[in-house]
Write a protein that binds this ligand. Structure first.
Ligand code: ADP
Ligand code: MG
Length: 144
């Protein structure tokens, strides 16, 4: 066990459903700290770049259009085993397979429109955090 950081995104369907507070509450209740956060509307270059790992998949162009369809919230979560903890809070990619009580089980409409993104490993997390945030935008807690 160690303290990790992970990149989380509330996707356009999550913003449309007005779930920012609900989702942040789930992170905080699980002991994860939000150490950076911003809202932005992804450009085509940003959406394509962020999901470039999936560029050969048949759903890639739909995925890029979905991610550009409205604003998103991007945040860095920090805590013990934050990468796996966030994936557990999110639930499986396909909401019909997501564990009861997870974000995707509770709110997602489809395997594509599934409300949230979370990094899937330590190297991905570093890459994805750097994709959206400068080091100076990450704010460690200074009150103990
Ligand atoms: P996860 O977001 O759970 O890490 P993936 O990295 O496999 O899932 O896929 C990235 C995103 O691409 C998913 O969250 C979802 O929005 C979309 N996606 C994945 N698989 C499919 C699919 N079979 N059809 C349509 N969209 C998909
Ligand atoms: Mg993934």
């Amino acid at each position: 066990m160690s303290v990790e950081q992970t990149l989380s995104i509330i996707k356009p369907d999550g913003i449309q459903k007005n779930l920012i507070g609900e989702i942040y509450n789930r992170f905080e209740k699980a002991g994860l700290e939000i150490v950076a956060s911003k809202m932005l509307h992804l450009s085509k270059d940003q959406a394509e770049g962020f999901y470039s790992v999936h560029s050969e998949r048949p759903f890639y162009s739909d995925l890029v259009n979905y991610m550009m369809s409205g604003p998103v919230m991007v945040q860095v979560l920090q805590g013990e085993s934050a990468i796996d903890a966030n994936r557990k809070i999110m639930g499986a990619t396909n909401p019909s397979e997501a564990a009861a009580g997870s974000i995707r089980a509770d709110f997602a409409d489809s395997i594509e429109e599934n409300i949230v993104h979370g990094s899937d490993g330590p190297e991905t997390a570093i890459h994805e955090i750097n994709f959206f945030f400068d080091d100076s935008e990450i704010c460690q807690r200074t009150r103990t």
